[in-house]
Write a new protein. Structure first.
Length: 278
């Protein structure tokens, strides 16, 4: 299998019989470049399960509005279109993660929490958007599980026996990585570059041309979640921190210790909140 075959199937992902029905509906909405907050709000409000999950997410420690957002309209106004589109994707693939790659949701959530904390420490604009990028940084793995379940499951098994990072094995067997796929679908879903670049380059942040600092945040957040051992991302080994990102973020090791400590309570609370989600 080569990268072109993979890309062609992913480009038609809405038509695959294995795609969850809720994700199919959501993609039909967000792929419209002119979609409005009002249209998304009406769509979400028509689905009680989706409404509950979105409200649970925005009121969780991940986004820092505990118990304060009671309606989808309120969430839309506070968080904005890009964040809500990202959250829709996140909660719609929840079941795929739970069923096909146990632990990926927990890894993604903890990465989002680390990204929010780091973004605030660096006084970056729109930390919620960077946090959403971290939540979705492994969306390419979910797409691969939907489109190439048998092939990708084999790659995950190989990763357990080889001294390679997962993205290296993906490149070897598929000709493309989950990060690259994440960037491709991000463009397809009309995400802004501020989300696309961190998703596409979270393993190679030095390739980010417009949002290198934001990409560095997502890169580090993924590594912190891996090193903390939360959930399962398919990686057996913790990726090294990219030297350029370390320089960009300009943290001392004491700062990393503080980030770990600050993240403990929200990560613990989020695990409790979402572990019972059905």
């Amino acid at each position: 299998m080569n990268s072109q075959e993979v890309i062609e199937r992913i480009d038609k992902i809405e038509n695959l019989p294995t795609i969850p029905s809720i994700l199919r509906k959501i993609l039909g909405i967000i792929e419209d470049p002119n979609v409005s907050l009002q249209k998304i709000s009406e769509f979400v409000a028509s689905d009680p399960t989706l409404t509950a999950r979105i409200l649970k997410m925005v009121n969780s420690p991940v986004y820092g509005f505990p118990g304060r957002i009671s309606s989808i309209n309120h969430a839309m106004v506070i968080l904005g279109l890009n964040v809500v589109k990202g959250l829709l994707i996140g909660v719609s693939v929840f079941e795929v993660m739970k069923k096909n790659m146990v632990g990926l949701w927990e890894h993604s959530l903890s990465s989002a929490i680390y990204a929010k904390i780091i973004s605030k420490k660096k006084d970056l604009d729109a930390p919620e958007e960077i946090s959403v990028a971290a939540l979705l940084h492994d969306i390419g793995k979910v797409i691969l599980l939907i489109a190439f379940k048998d092939e990708y499951t084999k790659i995950l098994e190989i990763a357990k026996t080889r001294e390679n990072f997962l993205y290296e094995l993906e490149k070897e067997h598929l000709g493309i990585t989950h990060a690259e796929i994440g960037g491709i679908v991000g463009k397809k879903w009309n995400f802004p570059l501020k989300l696309i670049e961190p998703i596409m380059n979270h393993h190679r942040p030095q390739l980010s041309k417009n949002f290198e600092l934001e990409t560095s945040v997502v890169h580090l957040s993924n590594i912190l979640a891996l090193s903390r051992g939360i959930g399962y991302s398919g990686e057996i080994y913790v990726n090294p921190i990219n030297p350029t990102s370390w320089q960009n973020l300009n943290f001392k090791f004491e700062d990393i210790k503080d980030i770990f400590m600050e993240a403990e309570e929200p990560i613990s609370s989020s695990q409790e909140i979402f572990s019972s989600d059905e």
